[in-house]
Design a protein around this ligand. Structure first.
Ligand code: ADP
Length: 405
């Protein structure tokens, strides 16, 4: 006989430990999952019955046999000897799980033995048995209190690790933001010079071919300028350096100014406007313009067959105005809807076909949340998207004499 492990049982925590040790022992010996479970369940059922009737017991998990076939055995001993009959009733289920089941009562000490044959296919030999024994000697715990202590230690180590990882990621994030900020500033200066000279060259006399080339340089420089601006925005928004210049304005007049700019951005699309009654909002006009132009630019970019772009506004009963930009383009799948406001996220199939960095929606969502609003998208893949954002309304108190009128 070789004893693998012993557990004293007095309460529910001990029962759980006895179950875990039994399942581990059966597992180490190579028994199937269902046999491991039957064995461990039977052990904990017996232990439960024993502590119910006698308040304490001791489980010993052992291996019996000199050579194959070996047996895995659980011996549960208890001090008082209750009437065998009263114990037996509660042990029917354990008996079903492990039919090799025996009782004995001697000198006030009771013993219940559960035995299970270990199939030859498990290839149990002396090496495997001593490995299992060593496992229990080294791994512990043998009391639930020790188990709690070990769990606490593990939690402490996990906590330490995650704090370190958090610190590292914060540090890397800071480094990245500094890099973005420096790189975008450094890129902006030569680009401004490049644009200025291109503009000058465009005004000078040159051949039609050179003129066409210069126009391409100018257009690409403009795109680069927009990308650099996005990089600068990200570093500002993340460093909380974005200072919003908010003012109370009439929202429809503001929207009408932006609508004038849209044909340059989406020259081939038909624009449909549907504005509800005007309201007063407090916004940074340039930033909200940036959001609307980004959404309209995307609507045009991702609906290559041209078609319509619909811009609408509506105030609701939650005290907000909702602006929606609808297109009838490629749309996106439900899985993608949740990710597109993440930094640098681009839909994979889309990124091969359309230019972009995946920053526009991230920046837009930051701007909108900084205005106390929300941004969201609805879409049917292949049929288009509707991007909407909300902005809280400013309520202007009605003058008393006007009410009297
Ligand atoms: P970019 O357009 O530069 O990639 P955005 O942050 O503006 O970056 O958009 C993120 C992604 O969301 C895009 O790459 C695209 O996959 C998807 N997307 C945005 N707008 C639309 C739209 N109107 N229709 C379909 N997909 C869109």
């Amino acid at each position: 006989m070789i004893q693998l492990v012993q557990v004293a049982v007095e309460n529910e925590m001990d029962l759980a430990l006895a179950y875990k040790k039994s399942i581990k022992a059966a597992g180490l010996l190579g028994l199937s999952i269902s046999t491991q479970t039957s064995f461990a369940t039977a052990v904990s059922e017996v232990c439960r019955e024993v502590i119910d009737k006698t308040h304490e017991g001791l489980v010993s998990i052992e291996i019996h046999g000199e050579k194959e076939p070996f047996q895995i055995v659980a011996i549960i001993t208890y001090k008082e000897a209750p009437k065998v009959g009263s114990l037996e009733e509660g042990l029917k289920y354990a008996r079903k799980l492990v039919p090799q089941f025996s009782f004995s009562v001697l000198n006030g000490k009771g013993t219940i033995t559960l035995k299970m044959g270990i199939p030859r296919a498990c290839l149990v030999n002396s090496t495997k048995i001593s490995a299992a024994k060593t496992y229990f000697e080294n791994v512990g715990p043998n009391t639930p209190y020790e188990e709690v202590r070990q769990h606490n230690l593990q939690l402490f180590l996990i906590n330490e690790k995650s704090e370190l990882a958090l610190w590292q990621s914060e540090y890397l994030n800071q480094q990245k933001n500094e890099f973005l900020s420096v790189a975008s500033h450094e890129l902006r200066t030569p680009l401004t010079i490049l644009k200025a000279f291109t503009q000058m060259a465009l005004k000078s006399e040159c051949s039609p071919v050179t003129l066409a080339h210069l126009k391409k340089v100018d257009a690409q420089a403009l795109k680069m300028q927009a990308l650099i601006q996005q990089l600068m925005d990200i570093s500002k928004l993340e460093n909380r350096e974005a200072d919003y210049n908010k003012e109370q304005i009439d929202f429809n007049s503001f929207l009408n100014e932006i609508i004038e700019l849209i044909p340059q951005l989406a020259p081939l699309h038909e624009l449909i406007i549907d504005l509800s009654e005007s309201v007063v909002v407090s916004i940074d006009k340039l930033r909200i313009e940036q959001v609307i132009l980004n959404l309209v630019g995307n609507a045009a970019k991702y609906s290559p067959g041209n078609g319509q772009i619909k811009l609408s506004s509506k105030s609701n009963s939650n005290g907000e105005v909702v602006v929606s930009i609808q297109d009838y383009g490629i749309g996106m799948s439900p899985e993608e809807l949740h990710k597109i406001f993440d930094k640098f996220y681009r839909v994979e199939q889309v990124s091969r076909k359309y230019n972009g960095l995946g920053m526009g929606l991230y920046i837009s969502s930051k701007i909108i949340t900084d205005h106390g609003g929300k941004i969201w998208v609805e879409s049917v893949e292949g049929s288009g998207c509707t991007f909407s954002f909300s902005i809280p309304l400013i309520f202007i108190p009605v003058e008393k004499d006007k009410v009297a009128e």
